[in-house]
Design a protein around this ligand. Structure first.
Ligand SMILES: NC(=O)c1ccc[n+]([C@@H]2O[C@H](COP(=O)([O-])OP(=O)(O)OC[C@H]3O[C@@H](n4cnc5c(N)ncnc54)[C@H](OP(=O)(O)O)[C@@H]3O)[C@@H](O)[C@H]2O)c1
Length: 266
């Protein structure tokens, strides 16, 4: 990982940080100088990651660089607690929030498991909307307390290529990401003028726990991996996010689609 310190002094909150893309985002933001608050449901994995970050990147202004606020990111009290613990621990409001927690689901509207729909919609859509709202209002208040455009404030939202191009193979999951993509752009138009960058990240296929949680057929996915090899890794997405958030406050790379070079669809 690079020695880039372009996020020195920033305070980031990251949901879904116990695995995959969120874990890599936390590591990259910390490596660039940010203090980080990690959220996901598996507290033991967050504890391990925070210890790794604290050992590797040292303290943040005399404070522990990584802390964690575990729980369901679609639960309002957990959302409040992750934002509040950032302020309590670091003594200032977070200025970089990554709406990343989410899950996939194998199959279309015809074939996917109906019993999984509610949890997926709650996590991917309602949880994301709740954090976009609460973090967005906090970031607007932060920017209103500052003299524009000295410092950046970022709300980064994980959408997907299947939130832009319909995938018949995971259309129920894709429908949640269509909603998320639209929420992010709507939020950008609403709070961008107040100095908050709302950035939509649209990854293609990234190898993580995602495929197993979604229930993908291992051999079919393996064939796809071979066809598109090398597919993206979580670090590839995290690098893009660190780049976007490192820009001067008045510059916004507002929509970043990242695919493996050989991925032709979706
Ligand atoms: N992998 C891909 O191909 C891909 C492509 C496009 C977009 N994305 C999006 O990128 C994001 C991250 O995916 P990933 O590939 O990193 O998947 P992953 O490896 O399965 O990681 C998902 C993370 O979200 C957390 N999570 C799930 N439900 C949660 C909840 N209710 N509350 C809090 N945390 C929760 C999981 O931790 P716990 O289980 O510990 O809670 C885990 O840390 C998702 O929004 C996904 O839709 C992924």
């Amino acid at each position: 990982m690079s020695e880039n310190r372009s996020l020195e002094g920033r305070i980031a909150v990251i949901t879904g940080a116990s695995a995959g893309i969120g874990r890599a985002i936390a590591q990259h933001l910390a490596s660039h100088g940010a203090g980080v608050v990690l959220n996901a449901r598996r507290a033991s994995k967050l504890q391990t990651l925070s210890e790794e970050i604290n050992t590797q990147f040292g303290q943040f202004n005399g404070k522990t660089r990584a802390i964690f606020a575990p729980g369901d990111a679609a639960d309002e009290s957990v959302v409040d607690s992750m934002l509040q613990s950032a302020a309590d621990h670091f003594g200032v409001q977070p200025d970089l929030v990554v709406v990343n927690a989410g899950r996939g689901l194998n199959g279309s509207v015809m074939t996917s498991d109906v019993n999984e729909w509610e949890e997926m919609v709650r996590t991917n859509l309602l949880g994301a909307a709740l954090l976009i709202r609460k973090a967005g209002l906090g970031l607007v208040a932060l920017q209103e307390s500052r003299v524009w455009p000295t410092k950046a404030a970022d709300l980064v939202v994980l959408g997907s290529t299947v939130g832009r191009h319909i995938s018949p193979f995971s259309s129920m999951y894709g429908s949640t990401k269509f909603a998320v993509n639209s929420l992010a752009e709507a939020a950008r138009r609403e709070i961008g003028p107040k100095g908050v960058r709302v950035t939509l990240i649209e990854p293609g296929i990234v190898k993580s726990e995602f495929q197993q949680v979604a229930g993908y057929d291992e051999s079919k996915f393996g064939q796809l991996m071979d066809k598109y090899s090398p597919v993206l890794e979580p670090n590839d997405i995290a690098r893009g996010i660190a780049f976007v958030c490192s820009q001067p406050a008045g510059v916004h790379f507002c929509d970043l689609m990242i695919r493996g070079t050989r991925q032709d669809y979706p």
